[in-house]
Design a protein around this ligand. Structure first.
Ligand SMILES: C[S@@+](CC[C@H](N)C(=O)[O-])C[C@H]1O[C@@H](n2cnc3c(N)ncnc32)[C@H](O)[C@@H]1O
Length: 227
């Protein structure tokens, strides 16, 4: 059945040799889609609760698979409007993002092997990144690493693999470049489902992790170190 199995075909923009200009326009299209779909909403909704009222006004956050830093920019401004100071470190494995990222400190590194000591950040986030990983083993490593470097918790959100989302993007994404459209549709086919994330979180040792579907299009994972 369509989408029952997760696709493993690589996305075009993950292939080596993309020029800086290609990546710049790819992230510009992604940022536009992020703004239109309110992709940072789950983080605004659940990050303050995960951090707790004492820590929330001043947080050190690591955003994994950050691309050009969209989430960090949005959340920094959103928190500032509430009088909070959220300081981001962004991490991506694509070296060219060092030239594109514009929010806080940017580090080149892998989600599956984070170059930080245990508990280096209050909270770790990951948005629209996990579907890029090759398979369950990489996701388990990513979840385990996020939990290791987080002092308080980990919040991740990604595309949910389902036919309605795929069809919605197929019908609605007429204003983007052909390469972006192809990657977006493939992203849904590479996406994870709620039960899959729950099992991978268990395998990663994230006791008490909760996973759920958001607006029918996203899978969310929230894990608190303190239970
Ligand atoms: C779809 S983009 C999302 C970017 C950003 N989080 C957003 O939502 O706007 C996925 C990003 O994850 C990065 N990525 C993929 N695999 C990674 C890995 N193993 N470690 C770190 N970053 C990775 C890619 O380079 C890309 O920038």
């Amino acid at each position: 059945m369509f989408l029952r199995e997760r696709a493993t075909q690589a996305e075009y923009f993950d292939s080596p040799g993309r020029t800086l200009e290609e990546l710049r326009s790819h992230y510009a299209e992604l940022n536009q889609l992020n703004r239109l779909t309110g992709s940072d909403l789950p983080f605004r909704k659940w990050l303050p609760g995960l951090a707790g009222p004492v820590a929330c006004p001043s947080l050190r956050i690591l955003d994994v698979g950050a691309g050009d830093g969209f989430l960090a920019r949005r959340l920094t401004a959103w928190a500032a409007a509430r009088g909070w100071s959220w300081e981001f470190t962004t991490l991506d494995h694509c070296p060219q993002t060092a030239r594109l990222a514009t929010a806080g400190r940017h580090v080149i590194g892998s989600a599956t092997r984070l170059p930080f000591d245990d508990g280096s950040f209050d909270v770790v986030t990951a948005m629209s990144m996990t579907h890029h990983l090759d398979g369950p083993g990489e996701v388990v490593a990513h979840f385990r690493e996020a939990a290791r470097v987080a002092r308080l918790g980990f919040l991740a959100c990604d595309l949910h693999r389902n036919a309605a989302l795929w069809a919605g993007l197929w019908a609605g994404l007429f204003w983007v470049s052909p390469a972006f459209r192809q990657d977006a549709l493939l992203s849904v086919r590479r996406g994870w489902r709620v039960g899959e994330w729950q099992e991978l979180a268990r395998l990663a040792g994230l006791d008490g992790a909760r996973t759920w579907k958001f607006h029918g299009t996203r899978v969310v994972l929230s894990w608190s170190k303190t239970g």
